[in-house]
Design a protein around this ligand. Structure first.
Ligand code: C5P
Length: 218
């Protein structure tokens, strides 16, 4: 694998709807890093599985991932509850994870030249994808806050779902993400914990920025 030297690598892990994506995007913009929401890849795979159940196999998937561009991940509506639930199931599949990992590694260690580095968020980024990241963060928030944030996000998109249903589905996903055997969600010892429950987006961003600037003498 090609590894670009002297790049800034940021690894973020978090449970569902903790605000990691919003934060990672702001940090990536600020430091000119390529940003990858790795959950979107599992979501895209779920979408493909639900849409093309007959075609869906390893060869089909390898081809899709081989030609995958980050902007493809923005195209489709991947936030639905069905896709979220399927993504958590798919994420337990060892061979699917293997296919996805090489895509993630390449982006993390060999971002396009116009970027100063990379920022990835997901469930196993801090210990499996970028174990030597310059900064590792574990972003979390309490369950009810996360469910409310996701509920509001879905409402804006006109999805017919109640707060209770969102809460139930996030609870189920947490259970699966934290307890699965393959690449479970966990906070590594060397990750900095940020609980976003009582913080605004701006406050979260400033906290992370302060940590990075202090260390990097920006
Ligand atoms: O982050 P997001 O909620 O979009 O992720 C959807 C699902 O994909 C998660 O519930 C998790 O099971 C899976 N995932 C994963 N590893 C990652 C990112 C996401 O297993 N690095």
């Amino acid at each position: 694998m090609i590894k670009r030297k002297n790049i800034l690598k940021i690894a973020i892990d978090s449970p569902a709807a903790a605000g990691a994506g919003t934060l990672a995007k702001a940090i990536s913009n600020h430091y000119n890093l390529i940003y990858l929401d790795t959950g979107k890849i599992y979501r895209l795979i779920s979408y493909l599985k639900l849409k093309f159940p007959k075609k869906f196999n390893e060869t089909f998937l390898k081809k899709k991932i081989k030609y995958l561009k980050i902007k493809d991940l923005e195209k489709r509506d991947l936030i639905t509850d069905d896709i979220s639930a399927e993504a958590a199931k798919i994420a337990k599949n060892k061979s699917i994870r293997k296919i996805v990992h090489s895509f993630q590694l390449n982006l993390a260690y060999n971002p396009p030249k116009k970027y100063n580095g990379s920022c990835l968020d997901g469930r196993d980024i801090t210990y499996k994808i970028i174990p030597d990241a310059d900064f590792k963060f574990f972003i979390t928030a309490n369950l009810k806050t996360r469910a409310l944030r996701r509920y509001k996000e879905l409402k804006v998109l006109n999805k017919a779902i109640s707060y209770k249903e969102v809460l139930k589905s996030i609870k189920k996903r947490d259970k699966s993400d934290y307890n699965r055997r393959i690449s479970p969600l966990k906070k590594t010892k060397d990750s900095i914990l940020l609980n976003t429950t009582k913080l605004s987006k701006r406050q979260c961003f400033l906290k992370i920025k302060k940590i990075i600037d202090r260390e990097k003498n920006f």
